[in-house]
Design a protein around this ligand. Structure first.
Ligand SMILES: N[C@@H](CCC(=O)N[C@@H](CS)C(=O)NCC(=O)O)C(=O)O
Length: 291
């Protein structure tokens, strides 16, 4: 499974900062010619990696830390990077979306041959953390940026709503978008008549019971709020789903969306030329998948 990892980048448990820096230099040389940051993913921890992963806790109320800069590698599509990009935008951290230039070859350099991948580079140590797997990235950033609740119970509740929305979006992607042509229509009907209405009923119920309108949990923005808005926006682009949503039919989901729109950094991101470019190529890709 780890065939493509660069062994030179794997620090031992007793690796010193000097050894880590040397390994990083070797990795940079090994990746000359590639557009991707050096691959550094490793199953072996070290004090330096643990410190880097725990470093720079930020939240929306704190001044932006320049200690870590982020790159998120994904196709020029919303897809599995949408929630991560929104969290990065909201955090005020220094970040950029990067796109594969020659994916067939670059794929070989990545931990699982799949995107998204988050690269977090620390300016003090020069260390780059490479994190694959969309859900891991989302949860890592949610914790780091303060979208993961204020206590252990809030964390559980946020996780519950986040997972519930994740599963309905996965249902759509796996059973409708990626379906063979002969089953697509049948699965889409199931999605529109059963899966989305069930999501709406349950999430409207829980949002109507929340402590603060516009948030699932507590009185602050969480990954559950952000991810449900990503789902809502996605479902609103499906013509067969559109009529299931309105300010009368789904007032609490709409409140969630309007609340998010009150964050200037969110609005800056979703009105940016780059977001629009991702919109355009997402629409093109979806048109192809729809057939
Ligand atoms: N479990 C992975 C799945 C990632 C995945 O399937 N990525 C697709 C794009 S949505 C990909 O990288 N495809 C390119 C390829 O297979 O070469 C995650 O959640 O990150």
């Amino acid at each position: 499974m780890y065939n493509n990892m660069n062994e030179a980048t794997v620090p031992t448990p007793t690796a010193t900062p000097k050894m880590v820096a040397a390994a990083t230099t070797v990795a940079k040389i090994a990746h000359a010619g590639s557009s991707l940051p050096p691959s550094t993913f490793t199953p072996v921890s070290s004090p330096e990696l643990a410190t880097a992963a725990a470093a720079t806790p930020q939240n929306l109320d704190q001044e932006v830390s320049k200690e870590a800069v982020y790159k998120i590698l994904y196709f020029k599509l919303h897809g599995m990077a949408a929630t991560t990009r929104i969290m990065l935008a909201l955090s005020g951290a220094h970040w950029e979306s990067i796109y594969p230039q020659d994916w067939t070859n670059e794929k070989q350099e990545t931990p699982f041959g799949l995107m998204p991948i988050l690269y977090e580079t620390h300016s003090t140590s020069g260390q780059t953390l490479e994190i694959p797997e969309s859900e891991v990235i989302e949860r890592y950033l949610a914790r780091k940026f303060g979208f993961w609740g204020k206590d252990a119970w809030e964390e559980i509740a946020i996780h519950v709503f986040y997972c519930s929305s994740k599963s309905v979006l996965s249902w759509y992607v796996n059973k409708v978008l990626l379906a063979f042509p002969d089953t697509k229509t049948r699965e889409l009907t199931k999605f529109v008549e059963k899966e989305v209405p069930a999501w709406i009923v349950q999430h409207e119920k829980w949002l109507s019971r929340s402590q603060t309108p516009g948030f699932y949990v507590g009185n602050q923005l969480s990954i559950a709020d952000i991810h449900s808005v990503v789902c809502l926006d996605r479902f609103l682009t499906i013509p067969e789903c559109k009529d299931l949503f309105s300010s009368e039919k789904t007032p609490n989901l709409f409140k969630l969306k309007h609340n998010l729109q009150n964050y200037p950094r969110y609005t800056d991101w979703v009105t940016s030329p780059e977001f629009e470019a991702i919109n355009v190529s997402t629409r093109q890709r979806l048109a192809v998948l729809k057939g």
